[in-house]
Design a protein around this ligand. Structure first.
Ligand code: SAM
Length: 254
C-alpha cells in the first residue's frame, strides 16, 4: 500500500517544507473556516508527517490522520509526540479504500499539499472523492488544496521551488520541480550538498495534473454541492496566474 516516493524521503520531508510560515498563515484561516462550519471532527487524508493534524488537534478538534506511507506516519507520530499533541489517531490507509479502514462520520475531510494528484487514474480520483463523501456527515465540508495545474499547463512558466535544510548536520538544498510531458507531469525532488553543490539524491513520482474544470465535474458527479475554487486557504480569488488552488465543497444537508 506504500507510496515508495514518500517512504524514501519521509525522514527529511519536514526539512523541505517551511512549516513555520505555512502553518502560521494557514492556521488562522483553518481556524476561521472550521469555526464557521462547526467542525469538531476532521479527517486529514494524506496527512504526511502530520503537521496539519497537529495544528487541528491544537484547535481542540478530534483528528484522524491517514496516509499510505508508513514511514511518513512514523514521522507524524514522532512529530505529534514531540509537540505534545493529543487526540490524533494516525492510521495507514489508501485514499480509494478509506471506508475499509475508517469508521464514523467527519464534519470535515481535508486533503492538502497536492496529495490528490498522486492518483494517476481519473477513476481513482473519482473513487477517492466518493470515499471522502461517504465519510462526511450531511452538510460536511471537503477541503482540497494543491497546485493549480491549469496555470502551468496554459503558460510557459516553469514550476521550481528551492529550499534549504539540514540533514545529519550537513547543509543541503532541495530542488522541487514539475516536468511537463504533454498532459503528463513528473514531480522531481533533487537533494544537493549546499556547499559542494553535489547531487546527493534524486526522487521522482508521476502526478495527475487535474484541471480545475475536470475536478469540478468529478465533485459534481459524486454529489458534492457549493463547489468553490480559491487560490489558497485564505479564500482569495483564483485567477489564471494563481500557482496554487484550494477547493471547498459540501455534502448536501439532505
Ligand atoms: C505531498 S504529501 C502532502 C502531505 C501533507 N498533507 C502536506 O500538506 O504536507 C502527499 C502525501 O499523500 C500520501 N499519499 C499519496 N498517495 C496516497 C494514497 N493513494 N493514499 C493515501 N495517501 C497517499 C503520501 O504518502 C504523502 O504523505
Amino acid at each position: 500500500m506504500s507510496d515508495l516516493f514518500y517512504d524514501e524521503f519521509a525522514d527529511y520531508y519536514d526539512e523541505m517544507i517551511n512549516w513555520e510560515s505555512r502553518l502560521k498563515f494557514e492556521g488562522k484561516h483553518f481556524k476561521k473556516l472550521f469555526g464557521r462550519h462547526g467542525v469538531k471532527r476532521v479527517l486529514d487524508a494524506g496527512c504526511g508527517t502530520g503537521k496539519h493534524s497537529i495544528l487541528f488537534a491544537g484547535l481542540g478538534l478530534q483528528v484522524v490522520g491517514i496516509d499510505a506511507s508508513e514511514p511518513m506516519l512514523e514521522q507524524a507520530k514522532r512529530n505529534a509526540e514531540e509537540e505534545g499533541a493529543k487526540g490524533i489517531r494516525f492510521a495507514v490507509g489508501n485514499f480509494a479504500e478509506l471506508t475499509r479502514t475508517i469508521r464514523g462520520r467527519f464534519d470535515a475531510v481535508v486533503c492538502l499539499g497536492n496529495s490528490l494528484p498522486h492518483l494517476i487514474a481519473d477513476a481513482d480520483v473519482v473513487q477517492t472523492l466518493r470515499e471522502f463523501y461517504a465519510l462526511l456527515r450531511k452538510g460536511g465540508l471537503l477541503v482540497l488544496q494543491g497546485v493549480h495545474f491549469d496555470h502551468y499547463l496554459d503558460s510557459a512558466e516553469s514550476a521550481v521551488a528551492v529550499t534549504d535544510g539540514v540533514r545529519d548536520g550537513r547543509p543541503i538544498t532541495f530542488r522541487r520541480h514539475y516536468e511537463f510531458k504533454g498532459t503528463k507531469v513528473i514531480f522531481h525532488v533533487s537533494v544537493f550538498d549546499r556547499y559542494r553543490r553535489e547531487l546527493l539524491e534524486n526522487y521522482n513520482s508521476p502526478l495527475n495534473p487535474i484541471r480545475r474544470e475536470l475536478l469540478e465535474t468529478f465533485l459534481e458527479k459524486v454529489g458534492f454541492t457549493d463547489i468553490q475554487f480559491y487560490k489558497n486557504i485564505a479564500l482569495r480569488p483564483l485567477t489564471a496566474a494563481s500557482k496554487n488552488l484550494a477547493c471547498l465543497a459540501r455534502k448536501p444537508e439532505v
